[in-house]
Design a protein around this ligand. Sequence first.
Ligand code: NAP
Ligand code: MG
Length: 494
Amino acid sequence: MPAKKSPSRPSARELLFGDLWEFDPAPESAPASIDDRYGLFIGGKMVAPKSKKYFDSISPRDGKKLSEIAQANAADVDAAYQAAAHAFKSWSKLPGKERGKYLFRIARLLQDRSREFAVAETLDGGKPIRESRDFDLPMAAAHFFYHAGWADKLDYVAPGRSLAPLGVIGQVIPWNFPLLMLAWKIAPALATGNTVVLKPAETTSVTAMKFASILTDAGLPPGVVNIVTGAGETGAAVVNHPLAAKIAFTGSTEVGRIIQRALATTDKRLTLELGGKAANIVFEDAPLDQAVEGIVNGIFFNQGHVCCAGSRLLVQESIATEILARLKRRIAVLRVGDPLDKNTDIGAINSKEQLTRIQQLVQSGVDEGAEIHQPACKLPKSGFYFPPTVFSNVTQSQRIANEEIFGPVLSILTFRTPEEAIEKANNTPYGLSAGVWTDKGSRILMMASKLKAGVVWANTYNKFDPSSPFGGYKESGFGREGGKHGLLDYASLQ
Ligand code: NAP
Ligand code: MG
């Protein structure tokens, strides 16, 4: 139906486009099948926590309680490690092709239940259903399929060498891609013959606990995967347990530092996937329509809760005015709101704490003199929401140009020459990802060789594949996930 005429003053959208066609609400209706309360998944069973404590998991969509999650203490984490160490004895000796069968089964079961899992992920974390349905779930299944294929081919990863498992792996993951990060961690660990103790993030444990039922249905031997929930203290217990042969962590640089310090005097292996402040660089010869779509995808995908988000836009000076004008028009038509609605582009901010952090950093941008652009969109009354935000006139010293905001907020800086673009892009303690938009292939190759970033996308952004290693430079961490490199981080070469 056509847009209702607003009786008061026209919105930015109406001013820019006149009468736009509106969409009717299209909420996803499939049941998410979320239990009222979850225990811990230890030794193949759902068990009550020894701590006897539970905490509420809140849906950022409306701020309401979704479920109760067990709070694992050190004794619970110890039980999980004992189960994993026991399971390692037989799992590590199982022929690769047998391990592969379990991984294939897990991948197929995830596909079978993907709609239910997508709704649960959206309710628990706030991301638009379109993304959980079309990105998180297919990618999570793809990671299990990919690593299932490797399980019986480990002799071919490194020429003339074979791969041996490390033992029990402690894994701690963040809240931005809960199920996908779980898949990135569990699939390579199992394919290489390790067993696992995994801790999801406090605000997003629901799909990990639902995943436990997939492991049970797949007939995975008890103890091969153990899932313990809780806050930072539980994470620290996972990291510091003496039975851990390796810790794999994805999260903030701040916590990554704490973990690296804690492991400094041990022989545990460590991989860290940390934060980022990626430069997305647009040259004047770039296809501008595509570049604007890439910029929008780079910063507004998953509300900007993306470690490799293109949060620093570097635009060649000659096209800066044009790009800003196009971006303002584009963000005016982004649909912000109910993440369960299939037409929503930007869903809910993951938690109240994260919303406060975004608000504070945006205020710092205003206070430090950058120019703010936000469309006049109506945000839902309950839940945690933030409008798409673009800052122009940003200088390198401002906080919004340096700190990871982890929200739908873009900072635009300009450059004149390729050298200046490289200098500015690398002027960050992070080094996770970057984007380059240009018509010239030679310039893409030159930029890719000079940008200190684990991934450089050219004329696209946020493209992922399980066969492509992902990881950081500098304070974005070390180690790779995906591809052969990712397998090597879960094995010792014999
Ligand atoms: P975070 O605060 O570092 O938390 C990550 C995980 O560590 C959570 O499970 C957290 O538990 C746990 N944790 C907290 N304190 C701990 C401690 N002292 N010892 C062990 N574990 C501890 O990060 P976040 O806010 O959840 O996630 C956002 C960050 O992750 C961003 O910086 C983002 O860039 C980064 N990230 C990086 C990648 C990558 O591949 N490089 C991918 C995704 C996200 P709680 O849930 O209780 O806090
Ligand atoms: Mg939640």
